[in-house]
Design a protein around this ligand. Structure first.
Ligand code: 0RQ
Length: 503
């Protein structure tokens, strides 16, 4: 057989996306592939959304539980959220339509550390996984599945689902074959063994996913591209943030706390994180490595410039122009990139062992160093915690980056008390804004507050924060972490009431 489906048994199951969508029953839990716009199924979700819409028009409710690796794209999250075809979404999303539905209270969402998803599914916490819909880039003659541009939770979905629909995507480069490392050694306690990764380049598994042909109920062919948003080119603010991070890393090397080639980098999603990577390209470091979850444009550029020796991740998150570059010459990146299941790419044990340098974007930080990564004004979810907690808690140095203001200056990213906590003060080593960098390691809460206000707050908000902190030190219930409880969230309240945190 030729083409991407080289196994007769699998080839005999080829159907249209519409026929495959008919095989999904209302109320089922469906595990779909996809991680930050890479490797999600392109055809079946749209066909399912049409079926849901028709079903709703006929007065027959139809919703499914939708589990993925992380965020996907409008054709999946957007299409199914639009027709209100999801009863529970997990573990991470960033789609504007599903975000709006979640925040309007019309879609239930549970936001989970990305490394925890597989074990929770194995435990049965979310019920049975009825069906998996997984994109692959090919099927070998002996019936193994060649993963595509993300691995995410696909291993778990294929193992746990009763039935499987495969999408074979010939848009994905054939040269992805060999780039993946699928580890089949995970188990639930008390049977766990150490994950034997001691360097980001280590390969501990096999290149292909396994799935018994009997489980596969349909195979759908597609040649649709991954859809990732383009990054905005680094602006002045993100360049300043990147500059502070670089300066910090250089001083850590000078002080003998980091080796010259640094330690494996983890970089989160978003424009600021991408700008920090661009900054590293211009910096003095060579022989870098990354143990991270997504490979975005900045990281690809670091590989191309020879600064980054190799990167381990679970997915790509590339802009359309970077994808074109990558697909034209995939083979050239093969020995520099390893894609793993997300329970391994984000594994706390490995992150701790390797000593990752974690850099993640945030919504807001408070004066004591607690971080909100997910909720605007404490109640409106933006994306989700993603892998930031997997890395921050276990990193060698945990860095959080943000512009000091949001919403055209109406919002301070440094507040008296965060309106939602994702990362506690104990997991936060360094906070960086365009104003400066606060190294919080070794400081008591009050010293942290002084440093964050002085180094990170925008000058317009700095006097207000000083005023709050001074008064809190006079009348707080306790003076270890002084707060004025009737005022600590008043900045957020002011924004909700009047559209600005400014007085
Ligand atoms: O809203 O788009 O309506 O203008 O939040 O903010 O400035 O574009 O920031 O792209 O760097 O993302 C935290 C969301 C930052 C991201 C977050 C509003 C702002 C804008 C986005 P608009 P920016 P970025 C590994 C790591 C959690 C997951 C994670 C994130 C929108 O970094 O999702 O770290 N992190 N994963 O206006 C009100 C504030 C605000 C605010 C920003 N203080 N108050 N609105 N905004 N700060 C990767 C994975 O896990 C997959």
């Amino acid at each position: 057989m030729t083409g991407r489906i080289r196994n007769r048994q699998f080839a005999s199951k080829i159907v249209s996306a519409e026929e495959a969508a008919e095989m999904i029953e209302p109320g089922e839990n469906v595990g779909m592939s996809g991680f930050t716009g890479a490797g999600y199924p392109k055809e079946v979700p749209g066909a399912l959304a049409k079926r849901v819409a028709t079903s709703h028009e006929q007065g027959r409710p139809m919703k499914v539980g939708l589990w993925t690796g992380a965020s996907t794209a409008p054709e999946l999250d957007g299409a199914l959220a639009e027709v209100e075809g999801i009863y529970l979404r997990l573990p991470y999303q960033s789609d504007p339509v599903s975000r709006a539905k979640i925040n309007a209270g019309r879609l239930d969402y549970t936001d989970i550390h990305l490394s925890h998803v597989a074990q929770r599914v194995w435990q049965g916490i979310y019920g049975e996984l009825d069906l998996a819909v997984v994109e692959v880039s090919g099927i070998t003659s002996d019936g193994h599945l060649i993963p595509s541009s993300s691995v995410g939770n696909n291993k778990t979905w294929l193992e746990q689902a009763d039935r499987v629909i495969l999408e074979v995507n010939s848009w994905q480069s054939e040269h992805l074959d060999g780039m993946h490392d699928i580890y089949y050694g995970t188990a639930l306690p008390p049977h766990r063994k150490p994950i034997p990764i001691t360097h980001p380049a280590d390969r501990i598994g096999v290149p292909h996913l396994e799935c018994p042909a009997e489980k596969v109920i349909a195979v759908v062919e597609t040649e649709s591209p991954d859809r990732n948003a383009a990054f905005t080119p680094p602006d002045r603010t993100s360049e300043q943030i990147a500059g502070h991070v670089l300066g910090f890393l250089e001083s850590e090397v000078r002080n003998g706390r980091l080796p010259r080639e640094l330690l494996p980098l983890q970089s989160g999603v978003g424009n600021v994180a991408n700008a920090v990577l661009a900054g590293l390209g211009a910096g003095p470091f060579d022989g870098l490595t990354a143990y991270t979850e997504v490979i975005q444009d900045g990281m690809l550029q670091l590989i191309e410039s020879g600064k980054l020796q190799m990167a381990s991740a679970t997915a790509f998150s590339l802009s359309p122009t970077a994808v074109d570059r990558f697909n034209r010459d995939t083979a050239a990146y093969r020995d520099k990139i390893v894609l793993r299941p997300q329970e391994i790419s984000n594994h706390p044990e490995v992150v701790r062992r390797l000593g990752c340098l974690a850099m993640n974007g945030i919504v807001e930080a408070d004066i004591y160093g607690n971080i909100n990564s997910t909720h605007l004004m404490g109640s409106r979810v933006q994306n989700g915690i993603g892998g930031s907690g997997d890395f921050a808690r276990n990193a060698y140095v945990s860095i959080f980056v943000t512009p000091s203001q949001a919403k055209n200056g109406d919002v301070s990213a440094i507040v008296p008390m965060v309106s939602h906590v994702d990362h506690t003060e104990h997991d936060v080593d360094v906070v960086v804004t365009e104003q400066g960098l606060a190294d919080l390691r070794g400081l008591s809460p009050k010293k942290r507050a002084e440093r964050i206000i002085d180094r990170c707050a925008h000058p317009d908000f700095r006097p207000l924060l000083h005023d709050y902190f001074q008064r809190a030190q006079h009348s707080s219930f306790g003076l270890h972490t002084p707060h004025l409880l009737d005022e600590s969230l008043s900045w957020h309240h002011r924004f909700v009431q009047h559209g600005s945190m400014r007085g």
